[in-house]
Design a protein around this ligand. Structure first.
Ligand SMILES: [Zn+2]
Length: 160
């Protein structure tokens, strides 16, 4: 018999398709896990509405759990309670930093408030002498910054 705890441990193997060091669990998008007679039902809240990686994540969740012996896997998407960057775990923030992405600041912040996008600590050297270069990075979830000390650009996982 599969347990909820075991399912969650396996979900650690499923990574964000855009950030391969970050698991979906650490990303904080897994809402609930229900197991009944080896049939699994999972509810997720994606980081962004219309995130293009959603279908990939859904398939990865299914493949991983079926591989481990779940009889069936249902993945439901729920937007009722929007994802916020505060749902990122400490390990998730560390994974972002290792990947070279500045983690989003904690607490309630608005993306529209461009000030939180200025002086983002550089993931390479920690300097805050940084400036926002482009609020729209290569994906919806990232913005591009420039570090005056490294003289190089870096990306931040945008706060929401
Ligand atoms: Zn730097």
């Amino acid at each position: 018999m599969l347990t909820q705890k075991q399912i969650l441990a396996w979900l650690e193997e499923v990574k964000d398709p855009e950030i391969p060091v970050l698991s979906l669990v650490d990303l904080g998008i897994i809402n609930t896990v229900e197991v009944n007679d080896n049939q699994v039902k999972i509810e997720i809240t994606p980081t962004f509405v219309g995130c293009p990686a959603l279908e990939v994540m859904r398939q990865d969740i299914k493949d991983t759990l079926l591989k481990h012996g779940a009889r069936s896997v249902e993945v439901e998407v729920n937007y009722k309670q929007p994802w916020t960057s505060d749902r990122l775990s400490e390990r998730g923030r560390e994974a972002l930093r290792q990947f070279g992405l500045a983690p989003p600041p904690k607490g309630k912040v608005l993306v529209e408030d461009l000030e939180v996008l200025e002086n983002v600590p550089c993931p390479r050297c920690g300097s805050t002498r940084t400036g926002l270069k482009n609020p729209f990075g290569p994906t919806l979830c990232r913005s591009i910054h420039y570090c005056m000390d490294c003289r190089e650009a870096f990306e931040q996982f945008k706060p929401v």
